[in-house]
Design a protein around this ligand. Structure first.
Ligand code: SAM
Ligand code: SF4
Ligand code: FES
Length: 335
């Protein structure tokens, strides 16, 4: 069995990211660590993309407010609850509520939605961007369990370039507030942003370790035609996979999703990711009519599929590689 040191220095991380020769041993090692610390089980999180309206202008994202070519929608409370009920009937034990930064959803509205969904006996993850400490506190009290907020990049200069009118310091503060409030806190980065270096990706991985993230989502940046970055090259599946595998090696017991963006670049991307350190998949449970409108990047998978189809599809794929679908809520079990 290939044996890798349990902690890696920044130089070693950079070396893995820069060289292709050692990739296979890296994936194998991450897979072994995944098996040892979090086992065979794959946690499924049902993703509800409930609004594509966003006040931000992140340069990479198709939902940015300046993109006037997107057909915008909001799913209101009753319909979110209906979608949630159907997802629970399908066996999901966690639901992820994700949206653009849409001010229509006041803290009170989000709390009402959380309280209703909690009656269905599921864990709730929120992914609705930057909010105040008091709002995060209210969501927690209403029953939210987890929060996803990617740092996107730890390179402050690049962060500033990618996020007009946003502040890196505030992003960090949000993450620390979430931790302070007792959320299982998820973060992550985009791989392949313009002018991003392997050193900066190594810093991202070390940052995940430093803040002791409970979940880390890593995805390749995929250029969107209606954004200022439409002419950029974008990230590769291989580099995103390496960042993910290195994250597993450093943060052994956390939850790591095989991301949808990985499958967009490689038809077998999620299965390869599950065999290289990942232990979570987030199938889309949003009704078909909205899917194509939540176009963060082009060619997103499953936009013409139904929640049932995705559930059956992913279950079959997971079983085909000898893995099991978890029946519990899938909280991090710290070792
Ligand atoms: N608005 C919330 C936020 O930004 O945290 C949640 C929704 S946002 C669409 C979710 C994630 O999509 C972001 O964290 C970002 O990393 C990813 N994303 C946005 N544009 C992307 C692109 N062009 N390629 C790949 N991922 C992208
Ligand atoms: Fe809005 Fe999130 Fe897209 Fe930024 S990444 S534009 S906050 S939906
Ligand atoms: Fe949606 Fe395969 S996960 S069709």
């Amino acid at each position: 069995m290939f044996c890798m040191k349990s902690d890696l220095t920044k130089d070693e991380i950079i070396d893995y990211l820069s060289n292709g020769e050692k990739s296979e041993e890296l994936y194998k090692s991450a897979n072994e660590i995944r098996e040892k610390y979090v086992g065979k089980e794959v946690h499924l999180r049902g993703l509800i993309e409930f609004s594509n309206i966003c006040k931000r202008q992140c340069k990479y994202c198709g939902l940015r407010s300046e993109n006037k070519n997107t057909d915008r929608y909001r799913i209101l409370k009753d319909e979110i609850i209906e979608i949630s009920k159907r997802a629970v009937e399908m066996g999901y034990r966690t639901l992820v509520l994700q949206s653009g930064e849409d001010e229509y959803y006041s803290a009170d509205k989000i709390c009402e939605i959380i309280s209703e969904i909690k009656k269905l006996d599921v864990a709730i993850t929120l992914s609705i961007g930057e909010r105040t400490f008091d709002e995060y506190k209210a969501f927690k009290q209403a029953g939210a369990d987890r929060y996803l907020l990617r740092i996107e990049t730890t390179d402050k200069k690049l962060y500033k370039e990618m996020h007009p009118n946003m502040s890196y310091e505030n992003r960090l503060e949000c993450l620390y507030n979430l931790k302070k409030l007792g959320y299982e806190t998820g973060t992550g980065c985009l791989v392949g942003l313009p002018n991003q270096t392997v050193e900066s990706l190594a810093n991202d991985i070390l940052f995940f370790k430093e803040i002791d993230a409970d979940m880390v989502g890593i995805g390749p940046f995929i250029p969107h035609q209606n954004t200022p970055l439409h002419n950029e090259k974008g990230g590769t599946f291989e580099l995103a996979l390496k960042v993910m595998a290195l994250t597993r090696i450093l943060l052994k017991d956390i939850n790591i999703p095989a991301t949808t963006a990985m499958e967009t670049l490689n038809p077998n991307g999620r299965i390869i990711a599950l065999q290289s350190g990942a232990n979570v998949v987030m199938p889309n449970v949003t009704s078909k009519e909205y899917r194509s409108k939540y176009e963060i990047y082009p060619n997103k998978i499953c936009i013409n599929d139904s929640p049932d189809k995705c559930r059956n599809c992913i279950e079959a794929k997971i079983k085909s590689i000898g893995r099991e679908i978890s029946k519990d809520y899938g909280f991090r079990k710290k070792s």
